[in-house]
Design a protein around this ligand. Sequence first.
Ligand code: HEC
Ligand code: HEC
Length: 243
Amino acid sequence: MRSNIASVVKHRAALFALSAAFILLGGIGPALASEESVDRATKLALELDIHRDAGARLFATHCASCHGVKAQGDGVMAVPSLAAQRFRYLVRQLADFAGDQRESRAMHRVLAKSAVKNPQNWVDVAGFLNALAPTQDAMTGSGANAALGRGIFHEQCSSCHGLDAHGDREGFVPSLRNQHYSYLAAQINKLAEGRRHNVDENLVRFLQTFGSRDVDGLADYLSRQHTPVRRYKLMRNDGTVVD
Ligand code: HEC
Ligand code: HEC
């Protein structure tokens, strides 16, 4: 009897993970009008050609002052590293900020500029960032709960984010590697508080189940993941791979 219950729970968990991933990728579920328009903008952007040189210029002029010249971010200020982040994820976040689906006064101000507000600009800069070498010296936590975080990550998060935390193959689930402790901890809390609006509510509820020690441990463990991994190629909307 016991093993039956366990397998039902396991099955339900697998179904949750599957359906959550499906919803997150824009499969089903009632979406707010604004979420729909942001998803449309993302889809449109992903069909455009990428101009990495234009992206590099745009980054140097409008982004490097906060995110750093190598897009390494700033641990003390909780500004994220963007170097080598997944292409599709980056495009989607820029669309989310531009469409007020994700909070950040700094990013809203940047994305209101005429040189940054078009989907072509997002694709160019995301293509540039995706091809950069990952940040090597992300800020870590104290180490006190890192082992706890490792256990939770492998049991509860790696099904979506990958065993090495490098994100999923399609690129909508972000890499959590080479990222600052401060930013990771802040975002787990923001996601749990529902302050990133274009995110599946099952994921939000799931992240609410973690306490502050868990969040500290998860962010700490992830901030220490910086050994080299095989890079995913950049994948376009139609499934073709760009190098
Ligand atoms: C004034 C400072 C500032 C500038 C300039 C700036 N950013 Fe940001 N950016 C931030 C901060 C702070 C965050 C974290 C927001 C949060 O807390 O959710 C962020 C977050 C992001 C994220 C989300 C990363 C993730 O892992 O989800 C992306 C993508 C991004 N910025 C891209 C850019 C690009 C591209 C530019 C230039 C066009 C830019 N930023 C300019 C401060 C800035
Ligand atoms: C069902 C799949 C799924 C599971 C399980 C999952 N995530 Fe995520 N996670 C996502 C997706 C998709 C996003 C991107 C959301 C968006 O587009 O804003 C994300 C975003 C994040 C971010 C924000 C990254 C950034 O750069 O801003 C963090 C941090 C994160 N997840 C941590 C975790 C942790 C820790 C766990 C386990 C406790 C976990 N996730 C479990 C799918 C998942």
